[in-house]
Write a protein that binds this ligand. Sequence first.
Ligand SMILES: O=C(O)CCC(=O)Nc1cc2ccccc2cn1
Ligand SMILES: [Mn+2]
Length: 246
Amino acid sequence: DFPESSHFLHEAHNETTNGICRNVIHDMDAYGVCVVDNFLGDGQGKAVLSEVLDMSTKGVFKDGQLVSSNGRQDLKTIRGDQITWIDGREQHCTQIGKLISRVDAIIMRANKMYNNGKLGDYNINGRTKAMVACYPGSGSHYVKHVDNPNRDGRCITAIYYLNLHWDIKCSGGLLRIFPEGWTDKVADIEPLFDRLLFFWSDRRNPHEVQPAFHTRYAITLWYFDAREREDACRRYEKDRSSLKKK
Ligand SMILES: O=C(O)CCC(=O)Nc1cc2ccccc2cn1
Ligand SMILES: [Mn+2]
């Protein structure tokens, strides 16, 4: 349920990238979560936002998996986001494509800078397409969950937020991460414009999106660890072939 991307690893060497990477490595090591503010700068951030708003007006957003509960409550009991998958090379998605390349460059560089080329003991060699998500402001939320509970290959979640003038007090939509091991602590992340967030995708970081009362946009990329992804695909093939035999 998360399409892989075919192009990756755009290298962009510059001072900003290096500075951000040191930040990412330190925070991922220390907390398993890292926030980078003003990632693209106002101009480019707004250019990405306008591409997403154009998509929204064209109605490309479909409901996330609709889990019908016991039929009585509303259908969106699990998650109220509407999503679409973007490769970044589509027409009218050039700005989103640039964002993706910039995040790739950070991850690739951090992957190299870390001790002998592994970030947090991972060897990152690919990622999913970009998932553009819209939470319509009608109290839509996402219940507490782990992105990758069963070693499907995804090791880092990267989320870029697009919400101008977002005020948690009246708009809600807080991302709350419950880092494993920090029993009495939570990481409350406001989905602010031009904010980039990284966190380990596995059970170390259960998280929830609290009800949002204004439209809330985010773009998510999941990065693969080469080995874990390979093992997951092999297991998947094995399961498929055993299913066929029956
Ligand atoms: O928008 C945020 O602050 C985070 C939202 C979030 O956790 N989204 C999300 C979306 C997902 C879509 C498909 C499969 C797994 C998924 C896990 N998480
Ligand atoms: Mn999630």
